[in-house]
Structure formats: C-alpha cells, structure tokens
Design a binder for this molecule. Structure first.
Ligand code: NBP
Length: 485
C-alpha cells in the first residue's frame, strides 16, 4: 500500500464527513475511517464519490496509507470513545506521530491525554472546531492546542480549511499547550450561551413588554444586524422570526415549546469560572436560564399561584426598542469582558501563553459567535496586548458610556413589569460592581470575623496584615487561618 495520504480522519458523522470534504477541496488526501465500517462505504459511494478521499476498513489499513509522521484526527463523540480510539491507535503508531482530537472534549481530559501521549513520544492536539455542519464543510473556526511540535505538521491543513476574516486571515492559530485549545473552545461555547440568552431577553421584552408581532421584531433585527450588533446569531434570529411553515403558513417559532436543552459546555465554563474565582456572571445566568426554562411543569403551576405586576410599558415604542438594543450591546460587552477575564485567569492557572487578539480573530468568522464586534475586540488587544480588561479599552468604554442610560431604562422597565431579564440585569450589576471603588465587603468580612474568626484587613494598615476582633467579648482572640475565594 502506498503511503500517500496527508491525514486520516476517524468519525464519519456530520462533522467528520464535512471536514474531510473541506480538506479534499483544499487539495489534501484524506483517509476516512469509522467504527461502523459500513459508513465508510456509504460515504465513499455518496458524498465523497469522485473525490480523492480514500476509505479504510481497519485502523491497520488506515495507518498504512499515511505519510510519516502520521496525522490522525478523531471526530468522534467526546468522552470514552476518544480514549478508546487512542488506545486502539497506539500499537500501530511510532514516536513522532500525531493524534488530533477535534471533538468537544472537556479540557482536563485534553490535559491528561496530552501528558499521557507526550510521555510516550507521541504528539497530541486537542482542537476546538466551531461552526457546526456548515462551518466544517466551508470554513470552521479552529482552536488547536497541545504539543507545540505538532503545530507545524498541521498548520497548513488547518489554516487552509478554516474560515477567513474579512482581511483574509485564517480563523485558526496555535492557542497553547495541552488543553489550551479546548479551554478556548469551551469559553467560546459559554459566550455563545450568553449571546443567545441576551437575544432571547430582548425578544421577551419586545414580545411581552411591547406586544410586538414577529414581523415587527423581524424588522427590528434587520436593522440591528446592520450596525454594531451585526452577527450570525442576530442574523439567524431575524430569519427565525420571519419563518413560516410552508405547509401551514404558521409561524414555526410560536409553535416551539419554551424549554431549552444543553449539552454541558456552558456548565463547564461556569464551573471553571467558580474554580478560578472569576465572576463570569452572565454565562452563569444563561446556563441557569436554560435550567429554569426546562422546569416547564413547575412554571405552569407557579404561574397560577404567584402574582406579579400587570405588564404596562408606556411611552414611545420605537425609543424603547432602541433602549433594548443598547441594553443588549452593553450587556454583550460585559459578557465578552468576563469571558476574556476567565481566559486570563485560566492562562495563569494552567501556564498558557494566550494571545487574546488572536483568540478574537479565531472567533471573528466561522463560528457561532462570529460578529463584527469581535473585530473590535481583536483591534483592542492589538492596540494594547496587556489590556487589563476589555471594559477599559477606549472603544468599549465609549460604547458603555453611550448605552448606559438606555441599558438602565430597559432593565428598570423589565423589573417594574416583572419580565425576567437575568442576563441584562447581571451584566449591569457586574458593571456597577466593577466600577465601584468601595463595595460592602467590609461588612461581609466583619460578619466572617464575628462568627468564624476569619480576620480582616484594615484600610489604615498595609495590605496583607490581618486583624481579628473579639466582637462579643466571649470569642477570644484566636483567629482562624486565612484562605481565599
Ligand atoms: P457525534 O458526536 O454524534 O459522534 C458520532 C461519531 O462518534 C461516529 O463516528 C460514531 O461511530 C462515533 N462513536 C460513538 Br457515537 N460512540 C463511539 C464509541 N464508543 N467508540 C467509537 N466511536 C464512537 O458526531 P458529530 O456531531 O459529528 O460530532 C463529532 C465531535 O465534534 C463531537 O465531539 C462533537 O461534540 C463535536 N462537535 C460537533 C458539532 C456539531 O455541530 N455537531 C460542532 C462542533 C463540535 P459509529 O458511526 O460507529 O456510531
């Protein structure tokens, strides 16, 4: 058998098949393999018919077709199947060969796999691939991390098949060692949860608060998509609002049950933010909003028992729609600022040298959160790679100043009218907290010291000196050990 293939791809479900065809279009020879081998034949006789794609019916056969060092990409269900495939591959590989996991793996698994494979002389990449089926076929956003020596082996393939920014740069670059790529992909998905929730809250305010029809909301989203909010998610929302079932003429959106599903990447982001002590509040609220939506039976019961205000948003409807737009934009700025705060803290914790401008560029096109807005984030980090917080960049600070009154009006009206907008609200609370020189944590530390002798620092003493007060006269003067978080 001739060793002519550039790369092998295992996993012929929707993502794998589309990535193979994308690689094929860019001139690479791909070997296709799948656990259920009948899918190999099916793929070769349909989608891949007439292409350069080669089918393999065993790992042994697949490996023999590959040029050295061998590059094998897994696009299988995340979790155990990845470990099982790694074990099945190893006896057929030699040191220097590369295994790539392109699934949605949890980053601690990627860190573990990288260490395990590197310890045996193999190379490993865990790469986020975003953009769904269409992205995989015509240009995904790709976020690879792992063994640094592996990057030159796949750079050409990955950057050729990846989406391109309007300036022509590939939305794929090296992220960092071990689990860095999958961490960045996880954070991308968390931000995606936040963006979707923000759009849903805008929809709820327009629908319930202003009584707007789907057509009117469609028109608003058409306008929104022309400006600062120009993005894939606004675009699909615009189209969803206009969609009518061809058979019945009914609006499909109105027929969909209001319970949201989730696969876990938003939860992983929130758990990681808690582990790292970073207030990524908007993604957290977005995850909880999905959980609350899923409690449909409870909500139906409670809606008949618990009271709230009668909804009445008076005044200029057009002006309030603009308030909602600005609230969405300001909240989105906070969400991305929180996401990049999380990345910066993770970089410290896991010793990754992350390039934030490059991460914004990878998300600029190809993925679900792609937007014009990400171009501005990229520019902010390029102008100041050491930027302490996105909120402090001139462009975003300026937008927040401009949007602030509208943002506060939208949140107040929602609260007064009993319309839940947890993401808008938490974004504003974070903004006000972040810009507060003084927060009430002096009282909190006093309480902790009162009941647990946890000590406090004083404003009239240097940082790092800890004091304890015997608040009741009965607790004694012994303090507990200090700890953070
Ligand atoms: P799926 O996540 O549905 O996985 C299907 C593939 O996994 C098939 O090749 C299947 O083989 C294989 N597989 C399963 Br299921 N269990 C296995 C096992 N125990 N051992 C070996 N192979 C097993 O496919 P997908 O939607 O194309 O996604 C692939 C990866 O990409 C996943 O990690 C996913 O999270 C990620 N991803 C998906 C999207 C998307 O939009 N779908 C986007 C971005 C990332 P079989 O044919 O023999 O059952």
């Amino acid at each position: 058998m001739e060793q002519t293939a550039d790369i092998a791809l295992i996993g012929l479900a929707v993502m794998g098949q589309n990535l193979i065809m994308n690689m094929n279009d860019h001139g690479f020879t791909v070997v296709a393999y799948n656990r259920t081998t009948s899918k190999v034949d099916e793929f070769l006789s349909t989608t891949a018919k007439g292409s350069k794609v080669i089918g393999a019916h065993s790992i042994e056969e697949m490996v023999k077709l590959l040029k050295r060092p061998r590059k094998i990409m897994l696009m299988v269900k995340a979790g155990k199947p990845v470990d099982e495939f790694i074990e099945a591959l190893l006896p057929h590989l030699e040191p220097g060969d590369l295994i790539i996991d392109g699934g949605n793996s949890h980053f601690p698994d990627t860190i573990r796999r990288a260490k395990y494979l590197e310890s045996q002389g193999f190379l490993f990449i865990g790469t986020g691939v975003s953009g769904g089926e269409e992205g995989a076929r015509f240009g995904p956003s790709m976020m690879p991390g792992g063994t640094p020596a592996a990057w030159p082996l796949v750079k050409d393939i990955f950057q050729s098949i990846a989406a391109k920014t309007p300036e022509g740069e590939p939305c794929c670059d090296w992220v960092g060692t071990d689990g860095a790529g999958h961490y960045v992909k996880m954070t991308h998905n968390g931000i995606e949860y936040g963006d979707m929730q923000l759009i849903c809250e805008a929809y709820q305010l327009m629908k319930e608060g202003l009584g707007m029809s789907n057509e009117e909301m469609h028109d608003a989203f058409v306008e929104w998509n022309k400006g600062e909010l120009d993005s894939y998610l606004i675009e699909i929302t615009r189209d969803i609002l206009a969609y009518k079932d061809p058979a019945t003429g009914e609006q499909t959106l109105d027929k969909i049950l209001d319970t949201a599903g989730q696969k876990g990447t938003g939860k992983w982001t929130s758990v990681s933010s808690l582990d790292l002590g970073m207030p990524v509040t908007l993604i957290g609220e977005a995850v909880y909003a999905r959980c609350l939506s899923a409690m449909k039976d409870d909500r139906v019961r409670a809606s008949k028992i618990l009271s709230g205000p009668k909804i009445k948003i008076a005044g200029d409807k057009k002006a309030f729609v603009e308030d909602i737009r600005q609230a969405l934009l300001a909240s989105k700025i906070v969400s991305y600022a929180q996401g990049f705060m999380l990345l910066a803290e993770a970089a410290k914790e896991y010793k990754w040298d992350l390039n934030y401008g490059s991460i914004a560029m990878m998300w600029r096109e190809g993925c679900i959160i792609r937007s014009v807005f990400l171009g501005k984030i990229k520019a902010a980090y390029e102008a100041d790679p050491k930027l302490a917080n996105l909120l402090l960049a001139d462009y975003f600070n300026g937008l927040l100043k401009r949007c602030q009154d509208s943002w506060r009006r939208a949140v107040s009206q929602a609260v007064l009218n009993g319309i839940p907008v947890p993401a808008f609200t938490t974004a504003l609370a974070f903004y006000d907290g972040y810009r507060s020189e003084r927060l009430p944590a002096n009282l909190l530390q006093a309480q902790r010291d009162y009941f647990g002798a946890h000590t406090y620092e004083r404003i009239d003493q240097p940082r790092g000196k800890f004091f304890h007060t015997n608040w009741t006269g009965k607790g004694g003067n012994i303090s507990a050990g200090q700890y953070t978080v």
